[in-house]
Write a protein that binds this ligand. Structure first.
Ligand code: ADP
Length: 235
Protein backbone atom coordinates (compact mmCIF):
# COMPACT_ATOMS: atom_id res chain seq x y z
CA UNK A 1 0.00 0.00 0.00
CA UNK A 2 1.37 3.44 -0.90
CA UNK A 3 -0.66 5.26 1.74
CA UNK A 4 -1.21 4.05 5.29
CA UNK A 5 -3.04 6.19 7.83
CA UNK A 6 -3.67 4.99 11.35
CA UNK A 7 -5.58 6.70 14.14
CA UNK A 8 -4.94 10.08 12.48
CA UNK A 9 -6.30 13.07 14.40
CA UNK A 10 -5.97 16.82 13.86
CA UNK A 11 -7.17 19.30 16.43
CA UNK A 12 -7.33 23.04 15.61
CA UNK A 13 -7.79 24.88 18.91
CA UNK A 14 -10.88 23.26 20.40
CA UNK A 15 -12.05 21.65 17.13
CA UNK A 16 -11.32 18.08 16.06
CA UNK A 17 -11.11 18.49 12.27
CA UNK A 18 -9.92 14.88 11.74
CA UNK A 19 -10.97 12.36 14.36
CA UNK A 20 -9.04 9.09 14.63
CA UNK A 21 -9.21 7.95 11.00
CA UNK A 22 -7.58 4.79 9.65
CA UNK A 23 -7.34 3.83 5.98
CA UNK A 24 -4.94 2.67 3.32
CA UNK A 25 -4.71 3.05 -0.44
CA UNK A 26 -2.78 1.45 -3.29
CA UNK A 27 -2.61 2.07 -7.05
CA UNK A 28 -5.88 3.32 -8.51
CA UNK A 29 -8.12 6.29 -7.80
CA UNK A 30 -9.51 6.72 -4.30
CA UNK A 31 -12.47 9.11 -4.14
CA UNK A 32 -12.22 11.08 -0.91
CA UNK A 33 -15.70 12.44 -0.33
CA UNK A 34 -17.44 14.41 2.36
CA UNK A 35 -19.41 17.60 2.97
CA UNK A 36 -17.54 20.91 3.25
CA UNK A 37 -15.68 21.05 6.54
CA UNK A 38 -15.53 17.23 6.91
CA UNK A 39 -11.73 17.17 7.18
CA UNK A 40 -10.68 16.17 3.65
CA UNK A 41 -8.23 19.00 2.96
CA UNK A 42 -6.78 18.70 6.45
CA UNK A 43 -6.03 15.00 5.85
CA UNK A 44 -4.49 15.81 2.46
CA UNK A 45 -2.32 18.55 3.98
CA UNK A 46 -1.02 16.09 6.60
CA UNK A 47 -0.22 13.47 3.92
CA UNK A 48 1.70 16.06 1.89
CA UNK A 49 3.62 17.21 4.99
CA UNK A 50 2.16 20.75 4.89
CA UNK A 51 0.81 20.54 8.45
CA UNK A 52 1.56 18.15 11.33
CA UNK A 53 -1.07 15.86 12.82
CA UNK A 54 -2.05 16.00 16.50
CA UNK A 55 -2.11 12.22 16.90
CA UNK A 56 -1.76 8.98 14.97
CA UNK A 57 0.51 8.10 12.05
CA UNK A 58 0.56 8.64 8.30
CA UNK A 59 2.93 6.98 5.82
CA UNK A 60 3.42 7.60 2.11
CA UNK A 61 5.42 5.00 0.16
CA UNK A 62 6.63 3.62 3.48
CA UNK A 63 7.91 7.02 4.71
CA UNK A 64 6.62 8.70 7.84
CA UNK A 65 5.21 12.24 7.43
CA UNK A 66 7.02 13.51 10.50
CA UNK A 67 10.33 11.68 10.19
CA UNK A 68 10.87 11.60 6.40
CA UNK A 69 9.12 14.61 4.82
CA UNK A 70 11.80 15.06 2.12
CA UNK A 71 11.42 11.47 0.91
CA UNK A 72 7.66 11.97 0.85
CA UNK A 73 7.94 15.18 -1.19
CA UNK A 74 10.00 13.25 -3.76
CA UNK A 75 7.26 10.64 -4.04
CA UNK A 76 4.13 12.76 -3.91
CA UNK A 77 2.45 15.30 -6.20
CA UNK A 78 -0.11 17.70 -4.74
CA UNK A 79 -2.72 19.83 -6.45
CA UNK A 80 -4.24 21.97 -3.68
CA UNK A 81 -7.84 23.18 -3.84
CA UNK A 82 -7.11 26.75 -4.83
CA UNK A 83 -3.86 26.13 -6.60
CA UNK A 84 -1.60 29.17 -6.49
CA UNK A 85 0.18 29.70 -9.81
CA UNK A 86 2.63 32.39 -10.91
CA UNK A 87 0.40 34.14 -13.44
CA UNK A 88 3.27 36.20 -14.91
CA UNK A 89 5.23 33.08 -15.85
CA UNK A 90 4.97 31.34 -19.20
CA UNK A 91 3.70 27.76 -19.09
CA UNK A 92 7.05 26.25 -20.06
CA UNK A 93 8.96 28.59 -17.79
CA UNK A 94 6.81 27.58 -14.80
CA UNK A 95 7.44 23.89 -15.52
CA UNK A 96 11.19 24.53 -15.86
CA UNK A 97 11.07 26.29 -12.49
CA UNK A 98 9.39 23.29 -10.82
CA UNK A 99 11.78 20.89 -12.61
CA UNK A 100 14.66 22.90 -11.11
CA UNK A 101 13.21 22.55 -7.60
CA UNK A 102 13.08 18.77 -8.07
CA UNK A 103 16.56 18.69 -9.64
CA UNK A 104 15.29 16.71 -12.63
CA UNK A 105 17.78 15.26 -15.12
CA UNK A 106 16.97 16.13 -18.74
CA UNK A 107 14.20 18.55 -17.76
CA UNK A 108 13.53 19.68 -21.37
CA UNK A 109 12.53 16.17 -22.45
CA UNK A 110 10.39 15.59 -19.36
CA UNK A 111 8.68 18.99 -19.76
CA UNK A 112 7.90 18.22 -23.42
CA UNK A 113 6.45 14.82 -22.41
CA UNK A 114 4.29 16.32 -19.66
CA UNK A 115 3.03 19.10 -21.95
CA UNK A 116 1.95 16.39 -24.36
CA UNK A 117 0.37 14.23 -21.61
CA UNK A 118 -1.62 17.08 -20.08
CA UNK A 119 -2.75 18.47 -23.44
CA UNK A 120 -1.03 21.81 -22.84
CA UNK A 121 0.55 21.83 -26.30
CA UNK A 122 -1.62 24.53 -27.93
CA UNK A 123 -1.21 26.88 -24.94
CA UNK A 124 2.39 26.17 -24.02
CA UNK A 125 3.77 29.53 -25.20
CA UNK A 126 1.24 31.62 -23.24
CA UNK A 127 1.55 33.24 -19.86
CA UNK A 128 -0.38 31.37 -17.14
CA UNK A 129 -2.44 34.53 -16.52
CA UNK A 130 -3.71 34.34 -20.12
CA UNK A 131 -5.05 30.77 -19.77
CA UNK A 132 -8.63 29.63 -19.17
CA UNK A 133 -9.44 27.92 -15.86
CA UNK A 134 -9.29 24.46 -17.48
CA UNK A 135 -5.81 25.07 -18.86
CA UNK A 136 -4.65 26.53 -15.55
CA UNK A 137 -5.75 23.29 -13.89
CA UNK A 138 -3.75 21.40 -16.48
CA UNK A 139 -0.70 23.49 -15.55
CA UNK A 140 -1.33 22.63 -11.88
CA UNK A 141 -1.57 18.95 -12.72
CA UNK A 142 1.52 19.13 -14.95
CA UNK A 143 3.45 20.71 -12.07
CA UNK A 144 2.17 18.02 -9.67
CA UNK A 145 3.24 15.10 -11.89
CA UNK A 146 6.44 16.53 -13.39
CA UNK A 147 8.74 14.55 -11.06
CA UNK A 148 6.75 11.35 -11.78
CA UNK A 149 5.54 10.79 -8.21
CA UNK A 150 4.06 7.44 -7.20
CA UNK A 151 1.28 9.16 -5.22
CA UNK A 152 -0.94 12.06 -6.31
CA UNK A 153 -3.18 14.11 -4.04
CA UNK A 154 -5.78 16.09 -5.98
CA UNK A 155 -8.05 18.41 -3.99
CA UNK A 156 -11.15 19.22 -6.10
CA UNK A 157 -9.17 19.35 -9.37
CA UNK A 158 -12.25 19.82 -11.56
CA UNK A 159 -14.22 22.41 -9.59
CA UNK A 160 -15.39 25.25 -11.81
CA UNK A 161 -14.52 23.59 -15.11
CA UNK A 162 -16.91 23.39 -18.07
CA UNK A 163 -18.08 19.94 -19.25
CA UNK A 164 -15.44 19.64 -21.99
CA UNK A 165 -12.64 20.63 -19.65
CA UNK A 166 -14.01 18.21 -17.03
CA UNK A 167 -13.82 15.30 -19.40
CA UNK A 168 -10.24 16.11 -20.40
CA UNK A 169 -9.00 16.26 -16.82
CA UNK A 170 -10.95 13.13 -15.82
CA UNK A 171 -9.42 11.15 -18.66
CA UNK A 172 -6.01 12.21 -17.50
CA UNK A 173 -6.75 11.20 -13.88
CA UNK A 174 -8.08 7.84 -15.03
CA UNK A 175 -4.96 7.26 -17.08
CA UNK A 176 -2.59 8.25 -14.28
CA UNK A 177 -4.52 5.99 -11.87
CA UNK A 178 -3.49 2.94 -13.89
CA UNK A 179 -0.04 3.09 -12.33
CA UNK A 180 -0.19 5.64 -9.51
CA UNK A 181 -2.04 5.92 -6.20
CA UNK A 182 -4.38 8.91 -6.45
CA UNK A 183 -6.48 10.49 -3.74
CA UNK A 184 -9.14 12.61 -5.37
CA UNK A 185 -11.41 14.89 -3.43
CA UNK A 186 -14.55 15.91 -5.29
CA UNK A 187 -18.19 16.86 -4.76
CA UNK A 188 -19.20 15.55 -8.17
CA UNK A 189 -20.71 12.07 -7.84
CA UNK A 190 -20.64 11.55 -11.62
CA UNK A 191 -16.90 12.02 -11.43
CA UNK A 192 -16.59 9.41 -8.69
CA UNK A 193 -18.55 6.96 -10.85
CA UNK A 194 -16.34 7.79 -13.84
CA UNK A 195 -12.88 7.53 -12.31
CA UNK A 196 -12.80 6.01 -8.79
CA UNK A 197 -12.39 2.38 -7.88
CA UNK A 198 -12.32 2.96 -4.11
CA UNK A 199 -14.40 5.42 -2.10
CA UNK A 200 -14.01 6.86 1.40
CA UNK A 201 -16.72 9.11 2.81
CA UNK A 202 -15.73 11.32 5.72
CA UNK A 203 -18.17 13.25 7.88
CA UNK A 204 -17.28 15.55 10.78
CA UNK A 205 -13.76 14.19 10.84
CA UNK A 206 -14.76 10.50 10.94
CA UNK A 207 -14.80 7.87 8.21
CA UNK A 208 -18.39 6.71 7.63
CA UNK A 209 -17.75 4.50 4.58
CA UNK A 210 -14.65 2.83 3.09
CA UNK A 211 -15.43 0.48 0.20
CA UNK A 212 -14.75 -0.26 -3.41
CA UNK A 213 -17.29 1.44 -5.65
CA UNK A 214 -18.73 -1.99 -6.41
CA UNK A 215 -19.07 -2.92 -2.71
CA UNK A 216 -20.77 0.39 -2.05
CA UNK A 217 -23.27 -0.27 -4.83
CA UNK A 218 -23.87 -3.86 -3.63
CA UNK A 219 -24.46 -2.74 -0.02
CA UNK A 220 -26.91 -0.03 -1.11
CA UNK A 221 -28.87 -1.67 -3.89
CA UNK A 222 -31.15 0.64 -5.84
CA UNK A 223 -29.58 3.83 -4.40
CA UNK A 224 -27.58 6.36 -6.37
CA UNK A 225 -24.18 7.37 -5.04
CA UNK A 226 -25.69 10.76 -4.26
CA UNK A 227 -28.38 9.14 -2.09
CA UNK A 228 -25.77 7.00 -0.31
CA UNK A 229 -23.69 10.14 0.34
CA UNK A 230 -26.69 12.09 1.69
CA UNK A 231 -27.78 9.12 3.82
CA UNK A 232 -24.35 8.92 5.46
CA UNK A 233 -23.61 12.62 5.85
CA UNK A 234 -26.96 14.48 5.91
CA UNK A 235 -28.43 15.92 9.09
P1 ADP B 1 -12.91 19.90 3.92
O1 ADP B 1 -11.68 19.89 3.12
O2 ADP B 1 -13.55 18.56 4.07
O3 ADP B 1 -13.91 20.95 3.45
P2 ADP B 1 -11.21 20.97 6.00
O4 ADP B 1 -10.21 19.93 6.25
O5 ADP B 1 -10.81 22.15 5.18
O6 ADP B 1 -12.54 20.31 5.42
O7 ADP B 1 -11.75 21.54 7.40
C1 ADP B 1 -12.16 20.71 8.47
C2 ADP B 1 -12.54 21.59 9.64
O8 ADP B 1 -11.36 22.18 10.18
C3 ADP B 1 -13.47 22.74 9.28
O9 ADP B 1 -14.40 22.93 10.31
C4 ADP B 1 -12.54 23.92 9.16
O10 ADP B 1 -13.18 25.13 9.48
C5 ADP B 1 -11.47 23.59 10.18
N1 ADP B 1 -10.17 24.14 9.80
C6 ADP B 1 -9.50 23.91 8.65
N2 ADP B 1 -8.32 24.56 8.64
C7 ADP B 1 -8.24 25.24 9.81
C8 ADP B 1 -7.27 26.10 10.40
N3 ADP B 1 -6.12 26.37 9.78
N4 ADP B 1 -7.53 26.60 11.63
C9 ADP B 1 -8.69 26.30 12.27
N5 ADP B 1 -9.65 25.49 11.79
C10 ADP B 1 -9.44 24.97 10.57
Amino acid sequence: MSIRVEGLTKIYGAQKAVDNITFSAGPGVLGFLGPNGAGKSTTMKILTCFIPQSNGTAEVCGYDVNKQPLEIKRNIGYLPESNPLYTDMYVKESLAFIAGIHGLHQPAKRIADIIELTGLGPEQHKKIGELSKGYRQRVGLAQAILHDPQVLILDEPTSGLDPNQLIGIRRLILDLGKTKTIILSTHIMQEVEAVCDHVIIINRGKIVADDTLQQMRDKNKGKTLENIFIGLTGI
